[in-house]
Unconditional design. Structure first.
Length: 203
């Protein structure tokens, strides 16, 4: 993409939108079924996440990022320095969500979705993957429709489109963060009530 001659920003953007429309993470069952070392994990995920690069210098995943996810207990520690299918699924979800949420908020989501009793982790990840596909298609269709009214290389109009999409994303992020905040408050309230109840029993 980055080596192309820029004849038309609209054409290049449309080509990338078509690629995004076809993009999908692998199903959980199709993730590598052998455990991988860190360099193998980075190589595999770098290919999976490449479509989300915004520049040639943009790194979607590095070993330092993965180490930070493990230290922050967002992703479980590797087993004998190897990462399994569950690790790969979680790291992909973290990399996607961290574009718009803090790591603490992503951890809250991961804890709620994956670390409850009787959770089928393969189903949780595949549901996430399918929802991502659905949202990508919705935004791609919206963007391509708006591009039809923009003259090729009209930088002002393209910038206005970028601002419009950014403001839409900003509103969605604010709502998402508010929901997570209210969830935390409710969970804390439940925990406090349980503590008070246990204390009353002791007395």
């Amino acid at each position: 993409m980055w080596g192309e001659i820029m004849n038309s920003i609209n054409d290049i953007l449309t080509k990338w939108l078509d690629e995004l429309n076809q993009f999908t993470y692998k199903d959980y069952k199709d993730l590598p079924d052998i455990d991988l070392y860190m360099d193998q994990v980075v190589t595999f995920l770098d290919k999976q996440l490449a479509i989300f690069q915004t520049s040639s210098l943009d790194k979607q995943i590095t070993s330092s990022m993965i180490n930070n996810y493990v230290k922050g207990e967002v992703v479980s520690a590797p087993i004998s320095k190897k990462y399994n299918r569950e690790h790969l699924a979680l790291i992909q979800e973290v990399c996607t969500l961290k574009q718009v949420l803090t790591i603490a908020e992503v951890k809250q989501i991961i804890d709620e979705r994956y670390h409850k009793d009787n959770v089928q982790k393969d189903e949780v990840f595949d549901n996430f993957k399918n929802l991502l596909n659905e949202k990508n298609k919705e935004v791609v269709e919206l963007t391509k429709n708006l591009l039809e009214d923009i003259h090729p290389n009209d930088l002002r109009a393209l910038t206005d489109l970028s601002v419009s999409l950014a403001l839409t994303a900003s509103s969605c992020i604010a709502i998402s963060k508010r929901i997570l905040f209210l969830n935390r408050l409710y969970q804390q309230d439940l925990e406090n009530k349980k503590k008070d109840k246990d204390k009353d029993k002791e007395e």
